[in-house]
Design a protein around this ligand. Structure first.
Ligand code: DGJ
Length: 570
């Protein structure tokens, strides 16, 4: 008997090789102040998750994972493509793992973002093919001051760059050929690039480049964009005399920051050329991810080494125009602080996509990212491990995970969020137990948002001031109990409120007129195909006797999506 799986494979192969589709290639498009990803001709909100990176190397291992992703309301899976596996011999490609992922994504109605683990993964060249690893003379590595090599390909090598770009171009050509259903919506080029351990590469080619003049085109660009330079960059350049020519040290001064600028130029130029070679074959949106925040309290954030961080954002922006987005990997509990800094400093505009984050805090951070920053996508790391049994951890129903519940709500709201992006009609918040209520002006009212009751509060940060990185205060303590919400102004006196709960919201006027705000009605409900489906009306005990809106929480047992209508009196 031909097995069901066999039939599925034939069916899926047919789907993969069906005649070319007419839907537009996924692309980025502005809507007001926001940038949206357009998939199948429509804006698409990425409720994403990144797989633990090695799992995509085995289709069998992945089998139970795909349905789990769909059950968690994940609509986009970030999954690795390793250079060594697609080009085991120079010029000979094997795309079977790519094909099986596209096929499985199609079967489970998921979109994919492929992570190109080319020259660097976590800054290290662990996934380059053996024929690259074993030919150091042709494919040179970063060296330290003593001339000792490392497991990191040097950016200062055209051979390294061109070999990587050829493989990436072949990958993009292949995706274009086989992915007629547009499952693949974006590409990450390399992974968390940047040098650790030393401030710059000291191989012979790097030393020579460091002593050579700064490329004129870079200095011309900096000169033409003086007012848009990151303050530290502008200061360094001006302090050294605003020179229009000279070596790196002459133009930016001696020191580690100059090494960082130099490395940023070299990483960005290299990655930009790899991305451009891929786009020439198939122009999907492309991004880089940046090891941004500290993963746990007390651990310093990775810095310098040319990473796509705001202090060298201008360099990345200019040297790698084929990169559309620089995405912060943010594992920190104080994600909002980091997002604000990252977005405000990354000049010019940098659409917000978070390629990696923590899936527990993601339960509430997701609402903040989409509500406050017109986020294009949000992607907790190791998403495939949240619902599986392993030693010491019981298997749970994927749909019942807190993150899955948040994604379920966001799935319902996606059409409304997309409709309102870029129009200044949305806000997002994260509120913690014991924290001062936050005041959010939105439309005709100010929303005062607080975490109800006492809850578990943050271990006191007062004893030692938190460390500061580039002006950003980093939390050094365990986080408080928190929840997140987003607010959409649906009319002059009406709001949609949704979140992870529990939260309380009070309203006060933001415009002249009667000073007292009353609640006309609160409904909990759901969205189906972008249409509001009301459930219970909560005009009694559940709204504190007409004073506030209460989202979730054991005491109120209110729903997590509510619509409130207000009025004013004196
Ligand atoms: C960040 C990297 O980008 C991921 O590929 C993965 O290695 C995680 N760290 C592991 O925590």
């Amino acid at each position: 008997m031909r097995s069901f799986c066999g039939l599925m494979a034939i069916f899926s192969l047919a789907a993969l090789s069906a005649p070319a589709q007419t839907t537009a290639i996924p692309h980025l498009q502005r809507q007001g102040a926001a940038t949206q990803l357009i998939v199948d001709g429509k804006p698409f909100l990425m409720l994403a998750g990144e797989l633990r990176n090695s799992n995509s190397t085995s289709p069998d291992y992945m089998k139970p994972i795909w349905p789990r992703m769909a059950a968690m309301h994940v609509n986009t899976v970030l999954s690795a493509v390793q250079w060594e596996l697609i080009e085991p011999q120079e010029g000979k490609f094997d795309f079977s793992l790519v094909d099986s992922q596209i096929r499985d994504a199609q079967t489970h109605n998921l979109r994919l973002i492929f992570l190109w683990f080319g020259s660097w993964k976590n800054g290290v060249s662990s996934y380059v093919p053996a024929w690259v690893k074993t030919n150091q003379a042709k494919y040179p590595r970063v060296q330290d001051k003593t001339g000792r090599g490392s497991e990191i390909l040097s950016t200062l090598s055209a051979a390294n760059r061109d070999a990587d770009a050829r493989a990436f171009a072949a990958l993009m050509r292949h995706i274009k050929e086989v992915d007629v259903r547009r499952r693949v919506v974006m590409m990450q080029v390399e992974n968390e690039v940047g040098l650790g351990g030393d401030s710059r590469d000291r191989c012979e080619a790097a030393n020579k480049a460091f002593e050579a003049p700064v490329p004129k085109e870079l200095l011309d660009y900096l000169g033409a964009n003086k007012d848009r330079l990151y303050p530290q960059l502008r200061k360094a350049w001006e302090a050294a005399g605003s020179k229009t020519s000279g070596t790196w040290a002459q133009v930016f001064g001696e020191g580690e920051y100059t090494d960082e600028i130099f490395m940023a130029w070299n990483y960005a130029s290299y990655v930009g050329k790899v991305a451009a070679a891929g786009k020439a074959e198939y122009p999907l949106p492309m991004f880089v991810n940046n090891a941004c925040s500290m993963p746990s309290p007390g651990r310093p954030a990775p810095r310098g080494g040319g990473r796509p961080q705001p202090e060298v954002g201008n360099i990345w922006k200019f040297a790698a125009p084929a990169i559309d987005i620089r995405g912060p990997d943010l594992y920190t509990p104080n994600l909002p602080v980091w997002v604000n800094w990252y977005q405000e400093s990354f000049v010019p505009e940098n659409p917000l996509f978070i390629p990696e984050t923590d899936g527990n805090t993601g339960t509430y951070h997701a609402f903040y990212v989409f509500g406050q920053h017109d986020g294009m996508g949000f992607s907790p790391f190791a998403i495939d491990e949240y619902a599986i049994a392993r030693p010491g951890v019981k298997s749970v129903d994927a749909a019942d995970l807190p993150l899955a519940r948040s994604y379920g709500i966001l799935t319902q709201l996606a059409p409304v969020i997309l409709e309102n992006q870029g129009k200044g009609k949305m806000a997002g918040v994260v509120a913690g137990a014991g924290e001062t209520p936050q005041k959010i002006p939105l439309g005709n009212y100010v929303l005062q948002v607080s975490y109800p009751g006492r809850g578990r509060q943050a271990a006191t940060a007062a004893a030692a001031p938190p460390p500061v990185f580039a002006g950003v205060s980093l939390e050094a303590t365990e986080p408080a109990e928190r929840s997140g919400a987003l607010f959409i102004s649906m009319g002059p006196d009406e709001y949609l409120v949704a979140g992870s709960g529990p939260l309380e919201v009070r309203f006060s006027p933001n415009t002249p007129g009667d000073p007292i705000v009353g609640i006309l009605s609160i409904e909990e409900g759901a969205y189906a195909d972008g249409r509001w489906v009301p459930g219970r009306r909560l005009n009694g005990d559940e709204n504190g006797g007409g004073t506030d809106l209460r989202l979730g929480g054991d005491s109120s047992r209110n729903g997590l999506i509510q619509r409130i209508k207000l009025y004013r009196y004196h």
